[in-house]
Design a protein around this ligand. Sequence first.
Ligand SMILES: Cc1cc2nc3c(=O)[nH]c(=O)nc-3n(C[C@H](O)[C@H](O)[C@H](O)COP(=O)(O)OP(=O)(O)OC[C@H]3O[C@@H](n4cnc5c(N)ncnc54)[C@H](O)[C@@H]3O)c2cc1C
Length: 464
Amino acid sequence: MRYDVVILGGGPAGYVAAVTALQEGLKVALVERKYLGGECSNWGCIPSKALIELGNAVGLAKSLNKYGVSLSIGGVDRSKVLKHVSRAVIKAREGVKYLLSDAEIIQGYGKIKDPHKVKIEGEISRELEATNIIVATGTEPRSVPTFSFDGERIIHNRHFFELDSLPNTILIVGAGAIGCEISEALAQLGIEVHLVEIMDKILPEVDRDLSDLIHKYLLRSGVKIYTSSQAQFGGYVNNEVLVRIVSKGGTTEVKVEKVLIAAGRSYNTSNIGLEGVGVELDNKGAVIVNDFMRTTVPNIYAAGDVTGPPLLAHKAFREGVIAAESITGVKEPLPRGPVPMVIYTHPEIGFVGLNEAQAFRAGVDYKVLKFPYVALGRDSTSVRPTPEGFAKLIIEKNTSKILGAAVIGNGAADLIHLFTVAISHRLSIDELRKTIISHPTYSEVFSEIISEASGKPLHAPKHV
Ligand SMILES: Cc1cc2nc3c(=O)[nH]c(=O)nc-3n(C[C@H](O)[C@H](O)[C@H](O)COP(=O)(O)OP(=O)(O)OC[C@H]3O[C@@H](n4cnc5c(N)ncnc54)[C@H](O)[C@@H]3O)c2cc1C
């Protein structure tokens, strides 16, 4: 049987490519070695957000006491908590299956044999004829020096979200978005959390004014943070792992039930036949693609994490759509950016475009505007307010063009998309000022900072 397109990988890039190709009337086979939904539905976005929801619910319940609502939390059943997480996972996985009901889904490990042939290694080995191939194989968790995954005590995200019960103590290596999100959720659920980061600050992807605030909030929720520090495996002691945290000031030893490594991923680009057919990779192992998601072999496309950073599901969705539409002969592909990013801590962070450090490094003549949450009516009504939160706009001085935006505070995960629309469509401050935003909402952060940028602030304090 010959397919118009054979897709390797059923994660966000692969399944969205399949959905798009089906809409275009193509005959589609999707090969998945494990679960539909990929990293995102099974061990990433969905389970982590389900855990965070629970952590935040506990945080919210605790904060009610000071408003005269006395709630006592009897305790956290650590295996039941994970049941909520796995229910969310199953629902997401089933949802993907439903979307793909018109595609042929083949369980197995796919390898490209030649530009028009994919070999499936699985319970039943077979070969598929393909007019086009989309590589959407994603990434694998990667370990750090001195630690090797044992699946029990030294674990990665996939092990973590398949645990029967949450541990009493955990050390997380890597304070990027994933490390910070999981640390905070667990700490709110009453677990002892140590978070170790080799850089001198947490959240390397955001400016220091934002990461410093999250640092403060994480400490408040009980996370023990070690920056400029390296975690080293010190051996197994009874049922625990001994970890040496080596910092400039000395070495601290901690014993924990689990060590979760959240410090990097490697691309799934070896052992799938790419070298054999001449698909070129960059020096980090990601597939090189053009704006149509076409690789160096004309009928082979790639999409999602496998094409390099940012490693985000919505970037994978977009690239899946572009790859499938390219196959149908689209002349002008959808843009691949700007890609917003959200960090689901409390407070949330949303950012898009350049941050200040990037604008500085790029040598752009820019100015920064800030609007503080303390001036936001909606936040003052919250029972878990984020008064230290703010929005930040990076504007090119001579053109007044918005280069980037970041928001830290309640609602940031959603309202950042107003800025994303503005940047995507290159809308000017004058055009943006025409938009009316409801009061009181978190989205007013947008209209307030735009008013400020136009030189006519409404609620912004005079000296920010
Ligand atoms: C803990 C965690 C939290 C995250 N949270 C977020 C978040 O909140 N928001 C966000 O945007 N992103 C988040 N991400 C990132 C997100 O999960 C990824 O960006 C996204 O899953 C990438 O999609 P993909 O389709 O490119 O790859 P994947 O999701 O990795 O899918 C690749 C698929 O290919 C399959 N595969 C690999 N090789 C083969 C083969 N040879 N044959 C057949 N099948 C194969 C794999 O089994 C997998 O199902 C998170 C990641 C982690 C680890």
